[in-house]
Design a binder for this molecule. Structure first.
Ligand SMILES: [Cu+2]
Length: 385
């Protein structure tokens, strides 16, 4: 018994020491944790500074390219060139060949080959307004790509521009560091992805500074058609790519170039559907009364949302954000936001013949060119809204 009681006392004394050691260890542990936390914060801070420095360095060479204004200071003196127009703007608008908004047919077969070519070229973004773009062989936006859900999409990008570019497909689930890497001038790259997610998606150059590459025209839309029978058949399918333009001059005499200060301030000079201000006012999209008209809308940004609205009617079905599951769709809504870098699909049926403006109802966008007309029933005349 006594042995057992001795053992008990001894045990109790051992426990006391253990407790002391435990408390000291806990305090030491806490101290190490605090010191570790402080060190981590200092490291993150240093890394942040490094990233900023790297970003500034990445942007710096662009400031010497073609006299681009990369300054992001002096925001008080930004000059707007919105609405600049030559005397013959009206006849130029009439002569302009509108970007074909009609959705092209999707190729048959299990694999779709898409060859994209990037290049530097002078384009017009409004009647008589010239712009030195970094864009696609056909201008901006790039070609409308149409595939069916489940098809394998093989992208080949050829860079005929003067500096590195790349192409980022929002429709892909793919490691971006491998697929979306920079392609040097004169080089090509290929990658594939399975178009498993239906909707309408943006594609764009993802080379830094991305803001500049997108704003210069390097964007487009891909429609991934849902499986047959999911959507009601549309009589007309139109694709609209909304975007903003930030100019360093009015573009009347010589091509304007990108202005980074305006882009950072989100103060565009022009806003367009399919790259040219008001082109579907002079060259309206068409439908017959009672048609189901489907708009596949992408907002390429680079920075402003599009508040899609059709004057004189209500959107019968809105596949918001391009979520194509019919159970998720909204019905009978007036205006739906398409976010920068996102999409939306809108079905509308119009019975009364007439001219129906489609706009971004953030109305400064309309004044800057983001407006077109849907002519229902081949009526005469025009309308600006
Ligand atoms: Cu680029």
């Amino acid at each position: 018994m006594s042995g057992s009681s001795y053992t008990a006392r001894n045990l109790s004394s051992v426990s006391y020491k253990d407790a002391l050691v435990g408390v000291v260890s806990l305090l030491l542990g806490l101290l190490v944790a605090v010191l570790g936390f402080v060190a981590l914060m200092m490291w993150l801070d240093a890394r942040n500074l490094r990233d900023h420095a790297a970003h500034a360095a990445a942007s710096a060479p662009a400031s010497s390219m073609g006299g681009m204004d990369m300054s992001s200071t002096n925001l008080g003196s930004l000059t707007s060139y919105a609405g600049a127009a030559p005397a013959n703007a009206d006849s130029l608008a009439a002569a302009h060949k509108a970007y074909p908004a009609t959705l092209p047919a999707a190729p048959a077969g299990p694999v779709v080959d898409v060859h994209l070519v990037l290049t530097d070229l002078n384009i017009q973004i409004a009647p008589g307004i010239k712009y030195a773009a970094w864009a696609w062989a056909g201008g901006a936006p790039g070609p409308i790509i149409h595939v069916r859900q489940g098809q394998l999409v093989k992208i080949t990008l050829t860079n005929n521009g003067a500096i590195p570019h790349s192409v980022d497909f929002h429709a892909a689930r793919i490691a971006p560091d491998k697929a979306f890497g920079d392609v040097f001038p004169g080089k090509s790259v290929s990658y594939t992805f399975r178009a498993n997610d239906p909707g309408v998606f943006m594609y764009h150059c993802g080379t830094k500074p991305v803001l500049m590459h997108i704003a210069n025209g390097m964007y487009g839309a891909i429609v991934v058609e849902p499986k047959p029978g999911v959507l009601p058949r549309a009589d007309e399918n139109y694709v609209l790519v909304a975007s903003e333009w930030y100019l360093d001059s009015d573009g009347l005499q010589k091509p304007a170039q990108f202005n980074m200060a305006k882009a950072h301030a989100r103060q565009p000079d022009w806003m367009t559907f399919n790259g040219y201000a008001g082109q579907y006012v002079k060259h309206p999209l068409t439908a017959s009364p009672g048609d189901l008209v489907r708009f596949w809308v992408v907002d390429a940004g680079p920075s402003l949302d599009t508040d899609f609205h059709i004057v004189g009617t209500i959107l019968n079905t809105a596949y918001v954000f391009g979520d194509m599951k019919p159970a998720d769709a909204l019905h009978d809504v007036q205006t739906v936001t398409v976010p920068a870098g996102g999409g939306g699909v809108f079905d509308v049926k119009i019975d009364q013949p007439g001219l129906y403006p489609f706009v971004s109802h953030a109305f400064a966008a309309v004044d800057q060119g983001q407006v077109g007309l849907l002519n229902v029933g081949n009526v005469k005349g025009t309308m600006s809204h």
